[in-house]
Design a protein around this ligand. Sequence first.
Ligand code: ZN
Length: 342
Amino acid sequence: MTSTAPALVPASDEAQQEVVDLCAELIRFDTSNPTSDERACADWVVARLADVGIASELVESAPGRANVIARIPGTDPARGALLVHGHLDVVPADAAEWQVPPFSGEIRDGYLWGRGAIDMKDTVAVMLATARHFARTGTRPAREIVLAFLADEEAGGRFGAHWLVEHRPELFTGVTEAIGEGGGFSYALDDTRRLYPIENAQRGMAWMELTATGRAGHGSSPNTENAVTDLAESLTRIGRHTFPVRLIAPVRAVLEEAARLQGVDVDLDTEDAEDLETELAKLGHVADFLQVVLRNSANPTMFSAGYQTNVIPGRATARVDGRFLPGHEQELIDTVDALLLP
Ligand SMILES: [Zn+2]
């Protein structure tokens, strides 16, 4: 065998079932951030580790905001520890928008459904199942492994990763590398090769609050300075805007390598936006998950104005989730400025 990539090793049925069972249980904890907290879920994680004799520490950064840290000793102390981290919180889910109750952890049509099923209670379940398998079989990894089950990833990490690094840095002593979410999903190139992309860049966040002021008045009178109308028009322009593709060097490097591995020719230097889309489509899956790092974006997400149907408010506010590629922050701000009504 001269293959440089591992062949796909099918997991045993029991191992797979354990991951599914753990993930379903994790989903049943409503850890919506910011409307709920992680404490009950974190207690459950501690118990699942304790089941097999793994000690862990539950660290609360604020009441209910709970993180769990465990260490699995390695056989080679000369090597640095590896941090494997996942988050226990999820973004909120409106049950009315779901075909399956979002916190049911139900299996339907061969799929496990629920908020967090892919972000990222699935990974948390794999972390737990692997640690439990190690403990049950007496398997010792070469490197020491630090497992971190974190709070508050979805709202900025103030009560999770950020807090731990600031207040409990000793929990990560000896760690030289870390693996977490992001980087894209792994996928099979063919029967023997699987790609595990490594994240090499991220977009920055530019969350914006927009305020329109106009002339307050009665809802029955004509009004050409209606703050709600003006802000809605600006938001529509922002939301419908197509930002141009900007191939930054780290993204280009991933695309070129993916093309090489897949044996396809792509022309990334074409000036024409449509041609570029056609070229990228040749890369299939890899181009799909790189969509979010091809360009800046700005999506209106919140709108607030008024208090009564027959009163035109003098003011309306909205929030926009802006994201910019490294080096393209000013471009994003200038674009949004230009899209706003004067
Ligand atoms: Zn996530």
